[in-house]
Design a protein around this ligand. Sequence first.
Ligand code: SF4
Length: 267
Amino acid sequence: MNAPVAQDTLHFSVSQMKAWLMCPKKFEYRYIVGAEPAFVPMPLAFGSAFHLALAHHYQWLMRGEPAPVDEVRQRFVDAMTLAKNGPVPLQEDEDGTGFDAALVKGLQMLDVTLTHPSAQPAKVLGVEVPFTVDLYDATSGEVLDEKLKGVIDLVLEEEGHRVLVEHKTSAKKYSLDQLVFDTQLSGYAFAAEQLKWGEVGLRFSVTTKTKVPAVQVEDVRRDDGDMSDFLKTALGVLTAIDAGVSFPVRGWACKSCPYRALCESER
Ligand code: SF4
């Protein structure tokens, strides 16, 4: 199988898998055609800037030093400013939130996150930890050409085990369904298994964009059935991409789709 999922090598990420499942047409524009996006969605820039700031905080902790809060906050501001001044225009948030309001909200969310007890872990093992592992057919055991590639936001050590943490920013707290079925942590769990990391913990840390931001920390589990589902979904998506399957999935996500004009023109 030779799905054109990346220009350089045959790598496949959980984000790409989720993107294809959301809208194969959008996936095609972004990853196969390489179409120019009309804008950068504000939530995308916001989430990236928030991740960068948190990564800075945890990099300090990993070196055994307290993170300077002003520096962490500045990281967020700098990343947002870079996105605003980039070659592709920044789109306002769906609820009409402009750049200045997003900055205020982001800093408020950062303050809440950094003062939460979970932001002072006993031991940080890694920040933005990259991995590349084999993918295989769960039924036949055949190893696929494409490898699973990703980056784990944060790796902690607790009671002698690694705990893999995924940071999220979200309009509201994660529902039970999101916690149970989100494939990002299934991907982390699969990678940990392939890397022979032994027993690992899996954790979501969600900071809400609500009027008063809140931090939701949830430990979740992924069992053999989840691993099997993950591999079957990855194989299914890769098979569809390889066969050139593409179709638009119109819905709420079209409002913030940077390829909407192109997509509409092809109707
Ligand atoms: S506009 Fe909607 S249907 Fe078209 S590519 Fe974007 S998300 Fe998909």
